[in-house]
Design a protein around this ligand. Structure first.
Ligand code: CMP
Length: 140
């Protein structure tokens, strides 16, 4: 076990439904500390850059459209095994397959409108955090 940081995004479908605070409570209940957070709008071009790893996938254009369709909340979570812990409390990508009590099960509506994004590895977390934040904004 080690102290880690991970990038989390509360997606447009969740900000539109005004559940940012409810989702943040899930992180805090799991001992993940929100050490940076901002509500922003990204352009489709910026979303495409963020999701570049998925550029060959059939859903690439559609998720980039969704991510740029309204406000999102980008945040850095810190805690013991933050990457894996966040993925556990988020639940499966498709809310229909997510375990009871997970964020996506409770707040997601579809595989695309699945409420949250979380980094899938410590390496990608560092890249994704740097995409949205500079070091002065990380207040651990
Ligand atoms: P996220 O964790 O943000 O990473 C990529 C996103 O693409 C994922 O959550 C889903 O919202 C979306 N996604 C993954 N698979 C599919 C799919 N088969 N169809 C539509 N969207 C998908």
């Amino acid at each position: 076990m080690s102290e880690q940081r991970t990038l989390s995004i509360i997606k447009q479908d969740a900000t539109a439904r005004n559940v940012t605070g409810s989702i943040n409570a899930r992180f805090e209940q799991a001992d993940l500390r929100i050490i940076a957070q901002k509500r922003i709008c990204v352009t489709k071009e910026q979303a495409k850059k963020f999701y570049e790893i998925h550029r060959e996938k059939a859903f690439y254009d559609s998720i980039c459209e969704h991510m740029s369709s309204g406000p999102i909340v980008v945040q850095v979570l810190q805690g013991e095994d933050a990457v894996a812990k966040n993925r556990e409390i988020m639940g499966a990508t498709n809310p229909a397959n997510a375990a009871i009590g997970t964020i996506r099960r409770d707040f997601g509506q579809s595989i695309e409108h699945n409420a949250v994004h979380g980094s899938d590895s410590e390496e990608n977390a560092a890249i994704e955090i740097a995409f949205f934040f500079n070091s002065l904004e990380l207040v651990g």
